[in-house]
Design a protein around this ligand. Structure first.
Ligand SMILES: [Zn+2]
Length: 156
C-alpha cells in the first residue's frame, strides 16, 4: 500500500456496492465531524490544513499517475486532519481503516478525474477559518457528494 505504483491502474477493486457503502459512511461521519472541527480548530490546525490543500494545488508536470497519487495522499491528509481536530478518535480510525484515498486513487484513473475538488476544499477551509460550523458541515457534505459523483463513471 506504500509507494509501489505498479498495478494501480488495473481495474477498480472496490465493488460498486462497497463504493456506495463507503460514501454513505463518509456522509454520515465527515460532515458532522467537520462541524465539530469548526468549533475546535486553532491557528496550527488551520495552517496544517492549508498546507495539505496547497500541495494539492501544485500542478506538477509529472505523469498522471504521480499526480493522482500525490492528490489522493494529500486529500487523505486533509480529511484525516479535520477528523483529528474534531476529536473523536474512533471515528477517525473507522474512516482510516477504509483506505478511502487508496480507492480514490485507483478510481481516478477510470473516471478521468482532475483537480475539481480544490475549490471544494477551499470552501471547507474558509468555513473552518471563520469558525462557521454549519457552513463547514455543508461544504464537507457537498464535497463528498461531488467526489462520489466524479468517481462513479469508473464503474461504467
Ligand atoms: Zn477532499
Amino acid at each position: 500500500m506504500k509507494t509501489h505504483l505498479v498495478g494501480y491502474s488495473a481495474a477498480p477493486q472496490i465493488t460498486r456496492r462497497r463504493f456506495d457503502e463507503l460514501y454513505e459512511l463518509r456522509l454520515l461521519l465527515e460532515p458532522d465531524a467537520t462541524r465539530r472541527a469548526a468549533g475546535r480548530i486553532d491557528a496550527d490546525g488551520l495552517a496544517a490544513l492549508r498546507d495539505a490543500a496547497g500541495v494539492m494545488m501544485q500542478r506538477t508536470t509529472g505523469d498522471e499517475r504521480a499526480r493522482y497519487s500525490s492528490f489522493a495522499r494529500q486529500d487523505a491528509i486533509f480529511h484525516d486532519d479535520i477528523l483529528a481536530i474534531a476529536g473523536n478518535e474512533l471515528i477517525r480510525e473507522t474512516l482510516a481503516h477504509q483506505h478511502t484515498h487508496f480507492h480514490i486513487f485507483r478510481l481516478m484513473f477510470h473516471a478521468r478525474v482532475t483537480e475539481e475538488a480544490l475549490d471544494e476544499h477551499d470552501a471547507i477551509l474558509n468555513a473552518l477559518s471563520a469558525g462557521d460550523g454549519e457552513a463547514a458541515e455543508m461544504a464537507m457534505r457537498r464535497h463528498i457528494e461531488r467526489s462520489r459523483d466524479r468517481l462513479l463513471p469508473a464503474f461504467d
